[in-house]
Ligand binder design. Structure first.
Ligand SMILES: NC(=O)c1ccc[n+]([C@@H]2O[C@H](COP(=O)([O-])OP(=O)(O)OC[C@H]3O[C@@H](n4cnc5c(N)ncnc54)[C@H](OP(=O)(O)O)[C@@H]3O)[C@@H](O)[C@H]2O)c1
Length: 261
């Protein structure tokens, strides 16, 4: 079976990717933590779209779980034609307010698991393949008071931008996606609302992000930033002096908290 792998398939953006891929007729290999949510998603997609869906519940912080996911893919003889890295933890705290467990948890899910699974699943491709990785606008500049999340996303953007070049000769198209706000969990929707006009201009629906990202990777775009306002911010953050950008970000984010632990 030739599959599109999606991590974080039970969340807002991951689910939107699952439906967008199913609409294109892609058979799916989905993961998330909750077996119950994955089973419900499998049933809904198989009934509604006529594609095959394989699921494997996995806690991405657990190295045995991650290895078991790859063993499962090998035992099923999956041919991986597309990898969509969505799973991520967006804890937003001042550095001193983290516990050691929260630090490690965030780095394991966002970075360790994404690299491990991409590496293992790419070995199961035959011929061409596509890799989409959901990074974030939050990784474009260092972000005081959102430092760890920003750092994990900057790492993903750097690694997958390098892979865009490195894997071209192997027939792999690699696109890194940098969304601003995306209307997913209620706490995120609330935070976008609190940002007023800024939030409104920056935020997109998960469906918009999924559909456009699938188009972007087909065109072999290195980086895809969803939405005109975010493209403008991306450019601004690249050219503005770092000290000014850091001061602006610190002022904006000092009062915001999210704890996705
Ligand atoms: N929403 C935004 O504003 C926004 C903006 C930019 C970038 N992003 C990025 O987009 C991605 C998805 O965000 P979202 O808003 O869709 O988040 P979400 O609704 O909270 O979904 C997160 C997904 O990651 C999975 N996950 C979390 N921890 C896990 C773990 N330890 N093991 C396995 N799976 C785990 C969740 O599985 P369970 O359902 O089982 O918990 C869920 O499927 C993240 O990488 C985020 O950083 C989001």
């Amino acid at each position: 079976m030739t599959v599109t792998f999606i991590s974080g398939a039970t969340g807002g953006i991951g689910k939107a990717f699952a439906f967008a891929c199913a609409l294109k007729g892609y058979d799916l290999f989905l993961t998330g933590r909750s077996e119950e949510k994955l089973s419900a998603l499998k049933e809904e997609i198989e009934k509604g779209y006529g594609v095959s869906v394989e699921i494997f519940p996995c806690d991405l912080t657990n190295s045995e779980d991650r290895a078991a996911l790859l063993d499962f893919a090998k035992s099923k003889e999956f041919i991986v034609e597309r990898i969509v890295n969505v799973a991520g933890v967006d804890t937003q705290l001042a550095f001193k307010d983290y516990t050691a467990e929260k630090l490690i948890f965030q780095v394991r899910v966002n970075v360790e698991a994404t690299l491990y699974l991409t590496h293992g699943l790419l070995a199961l491709k035959k011929g061409n393949a596509e890799v989409i990785t959901i990074s974030s606008m939050s990784g474009v500049s260092p972000m005081p008071y959102f430092a760890v999340y920003s750092g994990t996303k900057a790492l993903l953007t750097n690694v997958f931008t390098s892979l865009h070049y490195e894997l071209k000769k192997d027939g792999v198209k690699v696109t890194t996606v940098l969304p601003g706000g995306v209307y997913t969990r209620p706490d995120i929707v609330e935070q976008i609302k609190e940002q007023g006009l800024w939030g409104k201009l920056s935020a997109k629906t998960p469906e918009f992000v999924a559909e456009r990202s699938l188009k972007a990777v087909k065109k072999n775009k290195m980086i895809y930033v969803p939405g005109g306002f975010n493209k403008f911010l991306y450019f601004l953050m690249k050219i503005a002096p770092k000290r000014i950008v850091l001061g602006f970000i610190a002022k904006r984010w000092k009062t915001q908290k999210k704890d996705a632990f």
